[in-house]
Design a protein around this ligand. Structure first.
Ligand SMILES: Nc1ncnc2c1ncn2[C@@H]1O[C@H](COP(=O)(O)OP(=O)(O)OP(=O)(O)O)[C@@H](O)[C@H]1O
Ligand SMILES: [Mg+2]
Length: 288
């Protein structure tokens, strides 16, 4: 497929709604680590599984320290988009940069070459991801779960991993549960261990995919509090969630996806109070 064909606009009749709050200055792309540059920049991202076009031209910019909340109906491509950000999925067209670096590819001239596994893994280490299912190691206690990656992957000393692990468990309100195994923790506590585990790698970006949707309602608050605390600390976050209160309180930007396209974006309070697109209105009327 020619590059031009791959970059065509989504074949959708409706114009996406973009408010002032959701607009960001055109980012300057440099080698990386520049404070003026957004943490995430996705440009015209396309992804298909077989004949099913799941992402049809996603453009999203997340400035450093911002929280971008992603809403949308089931099957709209939210998880797929998150997975593309850390190259768990390859993209068919478009570009994604994290911290100014092209994710998963290297550009030579006007051609893209996929990075080797080692280079992809190195990029992925800088991005923390928290899923709906926490996937803790069942044979390790909370602290060991948090210590594992920094010790094994980063080669950090056990003493340092332990010190930092205790600090992170304390941060998510679980200092007293460090020795508990996952089976001895509630779902909400396990999810907070999963957050601490992701933070132990000192990520520059955190991706959350419906981190509270598998939890009993009474356990959701503690996980959201840990995420709010993280947001206040300045972490850049992309959060797929149906927690509208969270979106309103800590979101800097809300994007609404439908059928592989961002159909509406802007400041969460504005989009939530006054959705412009009929499909956003319809969705919000069901979840609000
Ligand atoms: N590995 C895969 N192979 C084939 N199809 C897939 C794959 N992953 C996702 N899909 C399809 O892509 C579409 C979007 O899926 P995705 O999981 O991104 O949606 P979502 O917005 O996260 O939905 P939900 O709210 O239910 O989590 C769906 O139609 C899904 O069936
Ligand atoms: Mg999903």
């Amino acid at each position: 497929m020619s590059d031009q064909a791959r970059h065509r606009a989504p074949d959708d009749d409706a114009e996406p709604v973009v408010r002032l709050g959701g607009e960001v200055a055109e980012p300057v792309v440099r080698a990386g680590g520049d404070a003026a540059e957004p943490m995430v920049r996705a440009e015209n991202v396309h992804k298909a599984f077989g004949h099913v076009k799941v992402l049809r031209g996603i453009d999203v910019t997340v400035p450093r320290g911002n929280v971008c909340v992603v809403l949308g109906p089931s099957g709209s491509g939210k998880s797929t988009f998150l997975r593309c950000i850390n190259h768990l999925e390859k993209i068919d067209a478009g570009r994604i940069w994290v911290d100014g670096k092209l994710v998963g590819y290297q550009q030579k001239g006007d051609k893209l070459y996929e990075l080797h596994d080692k280079a992809v893994a190195a990029q992925r280490r800088e991005i923390g991801m928290v899923f709906q299912r926490f996937n803790l190691f069942p044979h390790m206690c909370a602290l060991e779960n948090v210590m594992e990656a920094p010790t094994m992957v980063k080669g950090q000393s056990k003493a340092e991993s332990r010190r930092r692990g205790i600090e992170l468990l304390d941060r998510v309100g679980l200092a007293d549960k460090a020795g508990n195994y996952p089976s001895q923790l509630s779902g909400g506590q396990q999810q907070r261990v999963a957050i601490a585990r992701a933070l132990a790698m000192d990520p520059k970006l955190m991706l959350f995919d419906e981190p509270t949707s598998a939890l009993d309602p009474e356990l959701v608050g503690d996980v959201l509090d840990a995420m709010k605390d993280l947001a206040r600390s300045g972490m850049t976050m992309v959060v797929v969630t149906h927690e509208i209160g969270f979106a309103r309180e800590v979101g800097d930007q809300l994007i609404f996806m439908d059928d592989g396209v961002v159909i509406e974006s802007g400041a969460p309070r504005e989009v939530l109070a006054n959705p412009q697109h009929p499909r956003t209105r319809d969705f919000l009327s069901k979840v609000l």
